[in-house]
Design a protein around this ligand. Structure first.
Ligand SMILES: NC(=O)C1=CN([C@@H]2O[C@H](COP(=O)(O)OP(=O)(O)OC[C@H]3O[C@@H](n4cnc5c(N)ncnc54)[C@H](OP(=O)(O)O)[C@@H]3O)[C@@H](O)[C@H]2O)C=CC1
Ligand SMILES: O=C(O)CCC(=O)C(=O)O
Ligand SMILES: [Mg+2]
Length: 731
């Protein structure tokens, strides 16, 4: 077997992938003289699709299954992976990817929404395996530690971003179900020695007939196993009531995580779409069925399918007009909250409403107060309390507020984010049970047809590791809390782990329910003090966007470390996504505003990890120089900005390379590296004007990537590496 490279960098999609095309050659060139090898592995959506359909492709078209290989690597101490954010695809994104690949000559089957033959069932199963959040759960074999680097926080305080004003009479609010949701119906238990082993999930219909929904489950002693469901009837009633109670000057919106919660949340989204369009569907149901429309895909797909049918188009417009104004994703292009399930992703969308002072954008392109529907009560209280807090106290002062970091229980598909294989829409009225090998029933729920039932688990080893990491970060931070709700079944089981561990460690860390912990964290940070939030997997995701977006303007600048449980390191870049809007700007005017600060932070950590864990002293020198270069880049304001003519990703990479080379030339720890980088630094400085001009030469004009999901590497390189002078110096 080939030797594992020292560092693995990931090839992804959209804006971070464009950034990679320019940054990775620089990193590779700088690492080589230190004897550090770096290779790329493809975890992009298109790459994943091609990997699972290898048998449909020609020899030349085949690609290796890099995700599967990385999934094995992260279970070893040799892993040192820099992971950029990748697309977690919704069905419309997946379908678009398939179309694009087909047009490039790949003989892939269509995505069969409702498979009828064996071949279609096989294709759907393969596509579903790459759908949604298919990468992160595989790579995250450790718990997460996300915080802002000191330099980044100091920069944000000195250069505050714009924040909308909050007014006490803002009508913006969170609306959640009054019961019969995942929160209310949850049951949880910790598996005993006697219960450990095989288990299955069964459905028993009203007629007593039993079907097995999932077999081959296996529980470990100490694993916390939950089961819960959301009533479809209660959900639909809630949605109808919220639509009806939306005030005329308030926008209607729903915030879900249809990407990460790839089974449950598209169904919930579909209920919103079908209740919102109730009259239209009642009138045209048969026709819509014939067109193959599924509400879970959204209004965007509906519009595409009915295009040209003047009757349907007019009726849809009339139905929408009679409904409350909708929160828009892009008002210029008429893209609403209900167009595509993956356009409004709660972790990014709610903070952006909150940062704007409680404003969403309406169909008229104007900001307005917004009703934010978050049906389930498990985590909605966090946003409700945040909004209440800002209504009371006004916007946050970015220049003085403290930093809120997070330690998240994430390893081994912890909690809801690992629940896709054990999530089901009840096929009829009946009972869903988790049955142990002994025949004992662990959990059971009476359900009605359409109810969304799911089971999540958290294993003992990750829980104990998470508590240890939480204690360490609490000590380093000085304040914080475990976010656990004693009244929620799952959290109550976790508290049984946390309390004795704290006692044993001789430390007092408060345990607070999310709502209370939200207020505590805002009060602590507003007083200028730092605090850590020690949370489960979902809140890890939500809070590492919420606080950074308020504190730093974006979560892209976060340090995001996953200490893998088997000793390796996974260094994620930022906490945000793949910024599809940024790609649009590149194709329109060849300006990329992706900020690679997350990549710089991750890179420094990755080198430092090699130095500390593997005794590679030259890596330590490279890492220290990365940190110095990052600091200088911030001090000199060289990060990308929004408009043509301003700094962009490419120029920021030039400055990064230059400061990095200068720091390496100036350091005294490794004479060999200093001697190597002296001339590099000199050449980069002497050619500054020429390089910057070359980097900017084509700005303002459209750029052709030769594809969106599966772009042409040569065209991308031409866009992202247009300076022959820079390439020669790096080369
Ligand atoms: N770890 C992962 O793999 C993650 C993947 N995703 C995936 O990313 C996609 C989009 O997710 P979405 O929730 O819309 O959020 P994004 O984080 O992609 O975008 C939200 C906004 O944040 C800003 N932003 C994010 N990253 C950067 C950056 N590096 N530099 C500058 N600005 C940045 C941009 O604001 P502006 O436009 O104002 O510049 C952007 O429009 C989805 O496919 C999702 O599944 C999402 C989260 C994490
Ligand atoms: O995997 C995903 O879909 C998104 C992950 C995410 O948002 C996060 O980890 O912050
Ligand atoms: Mg997130």
């Amino acid at each position: 077997m080939a030797q594992t490279p020292d560092i693995i960098y990931t090839k992804v999609d959209e804006a971070p992938e464009l950034a990679r095309a320019s940054l990775e050659p620089i990193i590779r060139a700088f690492a080589a003289p230190a004897g550090i090898s770096m290779e790329t592995r493809d975890i992009s959506l298109a790459g994943r699709v091609l990997a699972v359909f290898a048998d449909h492709l020609t020899e030349q078209q085949r690609v290796s299954d890099d995700l599967a290989a990385l999934g094995e690597l992260v279970k070893t101490p040799d892993a040192n992976v820099i992971k950029l954010p990748n697309i977690s695809a919704s069905v419309p994104q997946l379908v678009a990817t398939i179309k694009e690949l087909q047009s490039q000559g790949y003989a892939l089957p269509d995505y069969p929404e409702e498979p009828e033959t064996d071949a279609e069932r096989d294709a759907k199963a393969r596509y579903d395996s790459v759908k949604g959040s298919a990468v992160n759960p595989v790579l995250r074999e450790g718990n997460s530690d996300r915080r802002s680097a000191k330099a980044v926080k100091a920069y944000a305080q000195a250069n505050p971003h714009r924040m909308g004003e909050w007014s006490s009479d803002s009508k913006t609010h969170v609306a959640s179900m009054s019961g019969n949701d995942f929160y209310a119906n949850e049951k949880s238990d910790t598996i005993s020695a006697a219960q450990a082993g095989a288990a299955k999930i069964t459905f028993t219909g009203a007629d007593g007939a039993e079907t097995v929904l999932k077999d081959g489950l296996s529980y470990l002693e100490g694993e916390v196993v939950d089961a819960t469901f959301m009533s479809a009837k209660a959900l639909r009633k809630f949605i109808a009531a919220e639509i009806a109670s939306t005030a005329p000057d308030v926008l209607f919106s729903v915030h879900l995580k249809a990407t990460m919660m790839k089974v449950s949340d598209p169904i919930i989204f579909g209920h919103f779409v079908s209740v919102f369009l109730e009259d239209f569907i009642a009138k045209h149901g048969a026709k819509l069925d014939a067109l193959g429309w599924n509400p879970n895909s959204g209004i965007g797909d509906l519009e595409a399918r009915i295009a040209g049918d003047a009757d349907l188009e007019a009726d849809l417009a009339a139905t929408l007009k009679a409904r409350p104004g909708m929160y828009m994703v892009n008002s210029d292009r008429g893209i609403s909250n209900l167009h595509v399930p993956s356009d409004v992703i709660i972790d990014a969308s709610m903070p952006s409403v909150i940062k704007a002072g409680g404003k969403g954008w309406g169909p008229d392109g104007e900001p307005a107060d917004t009703k934010c529907c978050i049906p389930d009560n498990c985590y909605a209280g966090v946003y409700d309390e945040t909004i209440n807090y800002f209504k009371e106290t006004g916007k946050l002062d970015v220049t003085t507020c403290g930093a809120v970091s997070n330690v998240g229980l994430m390893a081994q598909k912890a909690e809801e984010y690992g629940s896709h294989p054990t999530t089901f829409e009840a096929p009829a009225d009946g009972t869903i049970r988790i049955v142990l090998a002994s025949g004992d029933v662990l959990h059971e729920h009476a359900v009605e047809a359409g109810d969304i039932w799911r089971s999540s688990t958290a294993k003992k080893a990750p829980i104990l590791d998470w508590i240890k990491l939480g204690i360490a970060r609490f000590k380093a931070t000085g304040a914080g809390a475990f976010w656990l709700d004693a009244n929620r079944a799952h959290d109550a089981e976790l508290i049984k782990y946390v309390e004795p561990a704290l006692k044993e460690a001789g430390i007092e860390i408060p345990i607070m329910a999310p709502r209370e912990a939200t207020r505590f964290s805002f009060e602590t940070m507003r007083a200028g003090k730092d605090c850590v939030t020690i949370t489960g997997n979902v809140l890890r995701d939500y809070l590492t966007d919420l606080f950074p977006i308020l504190e730093l303007g974006t979560s892209a600048k976060m340090l995001s470390i996953v200490k893998l449980m088997q000793g390796g390191g996974l260094f994620e870049t930022g906490a945000g996504g793949s910024a599809p809007k940024h790609v649009e700007q590149v194709t329109e005017e060849n300006h990329l505003r992706w900020d690679s600060l997350g990549e710089f932070c991750a890179l420094g950590e990755s080198f430092n990890f090699l130095a500390e864990e593997k005794g590679r002293s030259k890596a330590g020198v490279l890492g220290a120089a990365v940190d110095a270069a990052t600091q200088q880049l911030l001090d000199n304001n060289d990060s990308p900005q929004h408009r043509v003519g301003q700094n962009d990703t490419r120029t920021s990479h030039y400055w990064f390379a230059r400061y990095w080379a200068e720091a390496l030339a100036a350091q005294g720890d490794d004479a060999e590296l200093a001697a190597h980088f002296g001339p590099v630094a000199k050449a980069l400085a002497e050619n500054e004007a020429k390089i910057l001009a070359e980097l900017k030469a084509d700005e303002g004009k459209p750029a052709d990537m030769g594809g969106y999901y599966h772009a042409d590497p040569a065209k991308v390189a031409a866009i992202m590496r247009p300076s022959a002078t820079l390439n020669a110096i790096i080369g």
